[in-house]
Write a protein that binds this ligand. Structure first.
Ligand code: HEM
Length: 508
């Protein structure tokens, strides 16, 4: 049966993968009829402070930390960041000008096309590619995780750069993917996965081309985005709201996606409600410390004021820091030092490293909460309550919009948004509202609850993901919605991020 959302045959020539596609997209508004919420800068700064956690001591890896989200492994935080860097890049700082989204350029294509990895392709940016013009270039060997094929990103060695003080910068499609050691190694996994697909296609067909490999890599990635990442973040119930036919593992072709608020005239745009608010939910999931492999101790993510080693990126890191991905995506022990690390809860608290970003990442305004709230204000986003009402939902009452960590221990310290400022009455910034909503629907009074986005956040993120996939005539959902990952790559009838990693490790 022909799936209802197949848009017919693509126009001639559009079904092939262009090697030099447009590298940019446009921003726009999803909720054009709603007024901009107006806030005082001081109120936003005070809210940002209340959302920013004090430094926490490291919890030993074998101990469950009360801020952990039992539903989401820590790897999904960085897969989320990787996806963000594929979709959206607004280089204008939150501290500059008032912004009209229609006039802003998204320096990433709003498509799940891995332009952050491929750049403009082997013809335009050959230095990202191996000499066969098909495979991706890899960097030096890393050790410590038991996977002898582990490689760093390719880097320009400092002695070859004109400025001797420059650290070894990564040669990649989007420099943000070297911002921390975890997203950087995740990018390297995608490079190896590309090479694995090249090996596999050569094995079965005798030869292959860059275009064929790229298309299959994108489709496997899109599958992971749709059937692994998205339900992990929004939960199966919210997933079924936007994609009613979804079964446990993949789309059932009898139903159409339910896109009520995200539509476009000519081609999909990047909605600011997504890029400036909803999809920044991931900032609350970041842990302050990570265990990279069994031979190391916990390493702080960033330390703006300290001198010790951290996971801050944009330079080569110690060679024995190879990540053991079982600690980030499972399967790993449930208990003990080698248990899989969980992300932090999707709540109205960001961990201290995110409140004190290093200069190399954030310059002068080093609080991510302040940056997000100020950016949302400059961009004239509607309030969370207005969007909830438009969606036919009852907005969460002010006294239930709680600021701070969703842990039992913090209950007595938590404040309501009105205790931060009475000016927030019935009028909460969208980024805050989406996090408060996740907390409201997930927190059950004990520390072990599963945290997902709530109805407003899930609908924005879910609709934009599905809309971007459906509006992209190169995506598997547009071209062949019944397509499935290579049978040899699947496990238990589906293909998840951990399967992609397993395959990447097999690259020659
Ligand atoms: C260590 C982890 C992370 C760091 C240090 C980080 C840092 C930043 C910074 C400094 C910005 C620019 C903010 C501004 O000036 O407006 C930003 C933007 C953004 N971040 Fe993150 N982030 C991290 C993880 C994540 C995750 C996990 C997600 C989502 C799952 C995410 C989603 C976004 C989005 C959507 C933007 C806006 C991108 C754009 O349109 O330019 N980030 N992040």
């Amino acid at each position: 049966m022909k799936p209802k959302f197949a848009h017919g045959a693509p126009l001639r020539g559009l079904a092939t993968n262009p090697r030099s596609s447009l590298f940019e997209g446009t921003f726009g508004r999803m909720f054009r009829t709603l007024p901009a919420a107006v806030f005082l800068k001081d109120d936003l700064i005070n809210l940002a402070k209340a959302m920013s956690a004090d430094p926490d001591p490291a919890t030993p890896p074998e101990e469950i930390d009360s801020e952990e989200n039992s539903a989401i492994d820590a790897g999904y935080t960085y897969l989320g960041q990787f996806i963000d860097h594929d979709l959206t890049f607004d280089p204008a700082s939150s501290l500059q000008r008032l912004n009209d989204p229609d006039g802003l350029v998204d320096y990433r294509t709003p498509r799940f096309d891995l332009d952050s990895m491929y750049g403009r392709g082997p013809d335009d940016q050959p230095y990202l590619y191996a000499s066969d013009g098909i495979r991706m270039l890899l960097g030096r060997k890393l050790s410590g995780n038991g996977d002898s094929g582990t490689r760093d990103l390719p880097r320009i060695a400092s002695d070859r750069m004109s400025d001797k003080d420059m650290p070894d910068r990564a040669l990649i499609g989007d420099p943000r993917n070297d911002e921390n050691v975890i997203v950087s190694q995740l990018h390297a996994i995608f490079l190896r996965f590309h090479n694995r697909v090249a090996d596999f296609l050569e094995e079965i067909n005798g030869r292959t081309t860059f275009g064929e490999v790229q298309k299959m890599v994108r489709w496997h990635y899109q599958w992971v985005v749709l059937y692994d990442f998205l339900p992990t973040i929004i939960g199966q119930q919210n997933m079924a709201e936007v994609l009613p036919g979804i079964s446990n593992s993949y789309y059932s072709e009898s139903k159409t996606p339910n896109l009520e608020y995200y539509s476009w005239k000519n081609e999909p745009y990047m909605p600011v409600e997504f890029s400036v608010a909803a999809y920044r939910f991931g900032h609350s999931m970041v842990r302050p410390f990570y265990l990279l492999n069994k031979n190391l101790d916990l390493i702080p993510l960033f330390d703006r004021f300290g001198k010790g080693e951290t996971l801050v990126g944009f330079h080569a890191f110690p060679e024995n820091w190879a990540i053991d991905w079982d600690l980030f995506f499972g399967p790993a022990a449930e208990t003990g030092r080698m248990r899989v690390q969980k992300s932090y809860k999707i709540d109205t608290s960001v961990s201290n490293p995110m409140a004190n970003l290093p200069n190399v990442i954030a310059g002068d305004e080093f609080s991510i909460a302040a940056r997000n709230l100020l950016r949302g204000n400059n961009m004239g986003l509607p309030s969370g309550q207005d969007i909830a009402r438009l969606m036919g939902l009852t907005p969460i009452p002010d006294e239930k919009l709680i600021v701070g960590k969703a842990t039992v221990e913090e209950q007595s310290n938590n404040r309501t948004i009105l205790e931060i400022s009475p000016n927030f009455k019935g009028n909460a910034p969208l980024w805050f509202y989406i996090l408060a909503e996740a907390r409201h629907f997930s927190y059950k009074g004990d520390d072990s609850a599963a945290f997902h986005l709530g109805p407003v956040g899930s609908r924005i993120v879910g609709e934009v993901f599905l809309g971007l996939l459906l509006g992209d005539f190169h995506s598997f959902l547009y071209q062949d919605p019944n397509w499935k990952p290579f049978a040899q790559f699947q496990q238990n009838g589906t293909f998840k991020m951990r399967d992609l990693i397993r395959q990447a490790k097999l690259a020659k």
